[in-house]
Design a protein around this ligand. Structure first.
Ligand SMILES: [Fe+2]
Length: 285
């Protein structure tokens, strides 16, 4: 099984929740950990290093891609001239591949300094990623990891769907793509793309919530996804009483509607009350 995390925002991580994540990693037979961006709060060297050291200490293979928080925000020359300099110094290239017993994971960097929160994909990137997908062994789930979701539930979120997301998914479906892993909106949800993008096969858009940071949104607690070899997706929420991540239910196939975040009837300005010294902030992606 695969642990899918997103939006850890190191620099704003909560130690208690990070410890709970370490504990969960010891309890589950994980093949790998996939982290779909926003590793840091402000792309600082120390934040990248702390993130790297935390995941290296777990002893489980892991793969990351950058999020919009992982390029400099205020230092304009660095943001334009060398946006991924600090990232690549710690993690190496931004688009890696990780193969496990049941999964073939391909990282795609959707972050662009010009389209900061929206992101974009290039035609070259779409072609090259397709070629990488075709190299996945039969029988393994072919999964792409990138930061911003390709399908959203609310109109105001459409502006953050990366440029060329539809074209990319249509091409990648022909290359055997089974699922995309995303974060960015800090909510756990799985959305099917077959009908939405008129694909010849099903492709799932699997989105993870906020793993360990204070940056919670929509009143959703810290959560992580567990993805099984048959693409069943389970949601684990951080429990404020036990201080552990506990299985809430099944996100996909969606047998439990209360588990799937619906985005409806939720005030986006809501602040969660302080509990156990955990202060939940109103945030932007
Ligand atoms: Fe983000």
């Amino acid at each position: 099984m695969l642990l899918h995390l997103s939006d850890l925002h190191f620099g704003m991580e909560h130690n208690l929740i990070a410890d709970a994540l370490t504990q969960l990693c010891k309890e589950l037979p994980l093949e790998a950990i996939a982290i779909s961006g926003d590793l840091t709060q402000r792309a600082r060297r120390a934040q990248f290093q702390a993130f790297h050291d935390f995941f290296d200490s777990l002893g489980i293979p892991w793969i990351v891609v950058p999020g919009n928080h992982d390029i400099p925000l205020y230092h304009l020359p660095r943001r334009i001239l060398n946006p991924f300099g600090r990232y690549t110094k710690i993690f190496g290239e931004t688009e890696k591949i990780l193969e496990t017993k049941h999964f073939y994971l391909v990282g795609v960097n959707s972050i662009s300094p010009k389209h900061h929160t929206q992101g974009r994909l290039s035609h070259t990137q779409i072609t090259e990623t397709g070629q990488r997908l075709l190299k996945g062994k039969a029988g393994k789930k072919r999964i792409i990891l990138s930061h911003q979701p390709f399908r959203v539930l609310r109109n105001y979120q459409q502006k953050d769907i990366p440029i060329l997301a539809c074209e990319a998914t249509q091409h990648w479906a022909h290359c055997g793509l089974d699922a995309l892993l995303h974060g960015h909106f800090h909510v756990p949800v799985v959305l099917p793309l077959q009908e939405h993008f008129e694909l010849h096969k099903e492709v799932l858009d699997i989105q993870a919530g906020t793993a360990v940071s204070h940056r919670l949104r929509y009143d959703v607690p810290n959560s992580v996804n567990i993805i099984h070899p048959d693409l069943q997706v389970d949601r684990y929420d951080f429990n404020l009483e036990s201080n552990k991540f506990e299985r809430l239910g099944q996100l996909w196939p969606n047998l439990d509607p209360s588990c799937q975040h619906q985005h409806e009837n939720i005030d986006p300005n809501v602040y969660k009350k302080t509990a156990n010294n955990i202060v939940f902030h109103k945030t932007s992606p």
